[in-house]
Structures are given as C-alpha cells and as structure tokens.
Design a protein around this ligand. Structure first.
Ligand code: NAD
Length: 369
C-alpha cells in the first residue's frame, strides 16, 4: 500500500490536484496499484482555518506518508501577513522537517510544443535535462545573515555561503544515482574560480565520483558559463548538479527553455533510510497558485500530472507506469489539445478538467495497446 498525502493548497492548487487525483485513480484501477490517500490543508487556506500555514497534525501525516503531492500556496490576500504566518512558510516547514535536501527539476521539451519556446525549435526539440539543486544549505541559510548599521549611518547586509563535506556528498550521490537511470552524464556547476565553497564543492564531487560512480561521466563547469551554455546548446546536458543559489537561478532559466510554466513538474527528496529504504519525497508543479486564473477552470493540470509521473518513478519504482503517463501527455499534445496557456493557432482549446479527461482517454488507449 502506497501512502500518499495530497496537499492542494491555494489558488489553482486544488484544481490541478483534483485532476491529478483522478489520474491516480486510473493507476489504482488499471495498473494493480493500491493507494492510501489522505488530504489536508496547507498555506493560506490552512491559515484561514487554523491560524497557521502548516499544522502539527498535517506535518505528522506528511512525515508518515510515502509521498506528498503538493499543489501551490499563496495569494495576494495573505501578502500582508507576518513572515511566520505566510502561506509559503507551510512549504518551507515541509522542506525543513522532512529534510528535503535534493530538488529535482526536469526540463523536458515535448515535440509538439517546441514552437512555444523563446529559443529556436531546433535548439530545444527533444530537450531532456535534469537539474539537481541542493535545497537546504548554502547562502539562503548560512549564518551570519544580518543587516547592521555602521558608525557612519550606512547599512551593511551580509549573507553567508556555507557548505560542509557531507552536504555536498549527499547531493552528489543523488545526482550520480539519477544519472545511472538516464544517460549517465553529470555536470557539476560552481564558482571555484572565486569562491572557497566552490573549491570544496568541486573536490568533494570529484572524490565521490571516483570512489563510487566511475561508470558515470563527470565534468565540471563554472556556473556563469553554464547559464550561457543553457541558452546556446542545452541538449549537451543530461544531469546538472549545483548548489542552492545557482540551482535556483539556473533551474528557472532551464524552465523557460521549454515554454510554459504550466508544464513543468518537480520533486524534492530527502535521504534514503539505509534500513527501511524509505525516502521522504514531495512532488509539486513548479508554478505558483496563479490567483489571476484561479477558480476559472483554465489552469493547465499537466505540470501536476507530470509530478505524479515523477512520484511513480522515484517513490514507487514504477518506471513503466511513469513512462506510460508521460507518453499519454505527449500523445494528447501531439493530437493538438491545449490549455489556454499553451494555446497555438489551429489547436483545440481545453479547460482544466477536459485536459485531464483527455489524458485519461489517452491512458485508456495506450493500455488497450
Ligand atoms: P504563478 O506561477 O502562480 O503564475 C505566473 C503566471 O503563470 C500567471 O500568469 C499564471 O496565470 C500562469 N500560470 C501559472 N501556472 C499555470 C497553470 N498551471 N496553467 C496556466 N497558467 C499558469 O506565479 P506568481 O504569479 O508569481 O505567484 C502567485 C502566487 O503563487 C504568489 O502568492 C506566490 O508567492 C505563489 N507561489 C507559490 C509557489 C509554490 O507554492 N511552490 C511557487 C511560486 C509562487
């Protein structure tokens, strides 16, 4: 029995999670899988109900789940709230308490959407890269992190970039393990020319590679060069591993290569328990709560549906089923079905529910052979 916690959240979150739940139902019915599904509140809607964006009861369910499917949180009505009560704190608490240190963001360009990219179709057609970003260390969390006032009245702000050997080792291992399931190539990005954390990063990744993963090809690149290469020739990459700050920027850049934010899934993984093999995991579309289209049935559910495909692959080891779902999405796009955000001339425009129903029909057709 696979225990899944659904956390729809705010805005379009509940709309895309409801459709993804139908897809989950399809796998339960047709692929001999059983799920124990729970659902709870997170973000702004949790604040409205309980006065906090993440209750202890929800966190207990999250800790017990094999996988979490998360929608999105946030909205303008909660912007004035103090930091600790903001909807985003719900997601940050999940990441922190579950120690989700590895963020996986695939940038995959479906052939049918190659014209939607701002880059030339031949540059992005067939693109399939995976960015592995360290999520719980680095400059976003390093101490000191402070603003002080100097004697002359001027202000001085400090953030601190910190990495330890073990933090780098564990993210490197995640990248190498994932590369083994793909094209067996890892590029590690840092700024070892100007940062000591970059020097340590390069040393540790090289050592882990040599000792444990010599079957995978490893190369190193400076993060600024990587930013350039991603728009020049992104298809040269397979798996990219990098720190929290560079990963934040570079994964957004890679997302843009593929056209729409409504298409991109992500996963955040914790450490695998050596005894039980359990690994905390949270899957979510990379988009936010899209308050501008919430409640209108316009949201593209594909990013969330593809997050479920990642969940099938990484949490449940169902690689064939993950591929089946990705193929169903590919087929729907190839047949010309689009939500408003990816609409092109001559295509058929669908709403949120209709798009999910079309994916379900494609799954039926594929399963029937
Ligand atoms: P957003 O991703 O919500 O929306 C950006 C634009 O993309 C909007 O025009 C929106 O309509 C469109 N869009 C996003 N997802 C779409 C989908 N599935 N289908 C069709 N169109 C889609 O980003 P934003 O507007 O900067 O943020 C809105 C709220 O979401 C804010 O409160 C922000 O803090 C929050 N946010 C949450 C997360 C998260 O929960 N992980 C991530 C980013 C932003």
């Amino acid at each position: 029995m696979n225990r899944i916690l659904l956390l729809p959240g705010d805005g379009i979150g509940p709309e895309v999670i409801a459709e993804t739940r139908r897809v989950l139902g399809w796998f339960a019915q047709n692929r001999n899988m059983s799920f124990d599904i729970e659902e709870d509140l997170v973000g702004g809607v949790s604040f409205e109900t309980y006065g906090t964006p993440a209750t202890d009861a929800m966190m207990a369910k999250a800790l017990a789940a094999d996988a979490i499917l998360f929608g999105a949180v946030g909205g303008p009505q909660w912007d004035p709230l103090p930091f600790a009560q903001k909807p985003e704190r719900g997601l940050l608490r999940l990441r922190k308490d579950l120690e989700l240190f590895a963020n996986l963001r695939p940038a995959l360009c479906f052939d049918a959407l190659k014209d939607a990219s701002t880059l030339k179709p031949e540059i992005v057609s067939g693109l399939d890269i995976l960015i592995v970003r360290e999520l719980t260390g680095g400059v976003y969390f390093g101490e000191p992190k402070e603003t002080t006032t100097l004697a002359n009245g001027e202000k001085r702000a400090v953030d601190t970039q910190v990495y330890t050997t073990s933090e780098i080792e564990r993210i490197a291992r995640v990248a190498f393990e994932l590369a083994r399931l793909r094209d067996k190539r890892v590029v590690s990005a840092e700024k070892s020319n100007v940062m000591v954390t970059g020097v340590l990063w390069r040393e540790v990744v090289t050592r882990v590679h040599k000792a444990e993963y010599s079957d995978v090809a490893l190369s190193h690149i400076l993060a600024d060069n990587l930013a350039m290469q991603l728009v020049r020739n992104p298809k040269q990459f397979d798996v990219i591993v990098t720190d929290n700050l560079f990963g934040d920027v570079l994964s957004d850049e890679a997302a843009q290569l593929t056209g729409s934010i409504g298409m991109l899934p992500s996963a955040s993984l914790g450490a695998k328990d050596a005894k039980t093999g359990r690994q905390p995991a949270l899957y979510e579309p990379i988009h936010g709560s899209a308050p501008d289209i919430a409640g209108k049935g316009l949201a593209n559910p594909i990013a969330c549906i593809l997050s479920l495909a990642m969940c099938l692959r990484y949490s449940f080891g169902r690689i064939d089923d993950a591929k089946l779902l990705e193929t169903a999405v590919e087929r729907v796009l190839a047949e010309g079905y689009r939500t408003a955000d990816i609409m092109q001339p001559g295509m058929t425009k669908l709403g949120t529910q209709e798009m999910a129903s079309t994916v379900l029909k494609a799954l039926d057709a594929l399963a029937a052979g």
